[in-house]
Design a protein around this ligand. Structure first.
Ligand SMILES: [Zn+2]
Length: 438
């Protein structure tokens, strides 16, 4: 495939590039970047007009649950990759809480091979912190690293044992791997169902206090200081966590963090109709928490936006609130949700928002990605910043339709995803016939 993306607004947070330009792509790579490049249709080059669109480095989502192996009723690696391509992502990191979990090379290999076969987006498997995700004994992190783990995490569960977490932060330093923490004191969150506040009282649902998250965020920051390990905090949801992150940053402790689109947009008031689509862990928080998260993302204290894409089949979510599993699908709604909330509302510039999906996560995972350069693999995300459209969950490529924003209109949608010089999504349609031939 050879093509020329013509007339787009090219935005690259790495270089601060923010001007109209053309990008030539051939042999899977960016071969030319500049203004007014002449087309070469004699070479069989396709000219793609992207005037009025934003052309950015390929978006990276470092927190995705693909469910395979073991949870194929909810998602498979193929359907998850389709959802990622549809949502404008070129690279996703797969969380290891599958069944069996990715505490061994075999599962990591399976994820890599099936992702390769899907041939759509790049999938980076994450290994577990502990054996069997039981939190008792550290996994064979060296062999996970050699099998291609991009990070380690027991996400879905918190490593309650501080000694195990300390060892993980120490041991991963040898490999430069980040430890992604799901920070939750489960003795405090207990069987809570939503954020503890005025709404939980009104609705009569047991609450999860903000402190259930903050206690573990504080502990993990202190352990990062003790060990010098590379700590990444998943799905921060409270103003208190933001304050702790600020404290860590001021002390020079190595810690990064992410926020999800749903925590940046929605508050606990969403639960008022008892729709299980609003049930998520950590829960949707108060207005003040949402404001603090938005500010932290805008200033870059939180350097990544990650979806925590957590698909569930309809039957699972159709149970009563107390029984339904926690989780929201995010791959196909992430860009419009945050573009509308943060850019259209004037809280961030397009360039800053793009950084949270590119240079931010690339830095956490140590990837030579997330920027535009000649000779670089052609991973690109094209966004139409003016396109207004309603979310249609029934049309998702993901098997999961569990989203609380179904039917809501957002402005700013991805319209093209290019991975390694191949167009894997165009105008919202994912290429179904793209078998891996890279
Ligand atoms: Zn989690």
């Amino acid at each position: 495939m050879k093509f020329l993306l013509k007339g787009g607004m090219v935005l690259d947070p790495q270089t601060g590039w923010e001007k109209e330009g053309d990008i030539r792509i051939a042999g899977g790579k960016i071969t030319e970047l500049g203004a007014d490049l002449a087309g070469r249709d004699e070479d069989g080059e396709e000219l793609i007009d992207v005037q009025g669109k934003i052309v950015a480095p390929g978006f990276i989502d470092l927190h995705v649950h693909l469910r395979e192996p073991g949870g194929e009723a909810h998602e498979t690696i193929l359907t998850g990759c389709r959802a990622a391509a549809a949502g404008g992502f070129t690279t996703i990191a797969a969380m290891p809480n599958t069944s069996p979990c990715a505490d061994n090379e075999g599962v990591l290999e399976l994820v890599k091979v099936r992702a390769q076969k899907a041939g759509l987006v790049r999938v980076l498997p994450i290994g577990t912190i502990s054996k069997g995700r039981a939190g008792q004994e550290i996994a064979e992190i060296g062999s996970l690293y050699r099998a291609g783990a991009a990070a380690v995490s027991d996400d879905g569960s918190c490593v309650a044992n501080s000694e195990v977490m300390r060892r993980a932060l120490e041991y991963t330093k040898i490999f430069g791997l980040p430890v992604i923490s799901h920070s939750e004191d489960v003795t405090l969150s207990a069987d809570g169902l939503m954020h503890e506040g005025a709404w939980s009282t009104l609705l009569g649902l047991r609450g999860i206090p903000a402190q259930a998250e903050e206690i573990m965020v504080a502990r993990d920051i202190l352990l990062a200081e003790l060990t010098g390990g590379k700590l990444h905090l998943a799905h921060l949801s409270t103003a208190g966590s933001v304050a702790l992150l600020r404290y860590a940053r001021e002390r020079g402790i190595l810690v990064t963090a992410e926020a999800t689109p749903h925590h940046l947009l929605l508050t606990d008031e969403e639960v008022r109709d008892y729709s299980t689509q609003t049930k998520v862990n950590p829960p949707l928080r108060s207005k003040a928490d949402v404001e603090a998260l938005r500010e932290a993302v805008a200033e870059g204290l939180i350097s990544c936006i990650a979806t925590d894409h957590a698909p569930w089949s309809q039957e699972e979510k159709e149970q009563e609130y107390s029984k339904a599993p926690s989780g929201i699908v995010g791959l196909e709604t992430a860009i419009p949700m945050v573009w509308d909330t943060l850019v259209v509302q004037g809280k961030m510039s397009p360039l800053e928002l793009i950084a949270r999906f590119t240079t931010g996560p690339a830095k956490v995972l140590g990837l030579a990605q997330g920027y535009l350069a000649v000779g670089q693999a052609a991973d690109l995300t094209v966004i139409d910043p003016h396109l207004q459209k309603a979310v249609q969950a029934s049309e998702f490529y993901s098997k999961g339709r569990n989203t609380p924003v179904d039917g809501r209109v957002f402005q700013g949608w991805p319209v093209m995803t290019i991975v390694g010089g191949k167009i894997v999504m165009r105008e919202g349609k994912v290429k179904g016939d793209l078998v891996n031939n890279a």
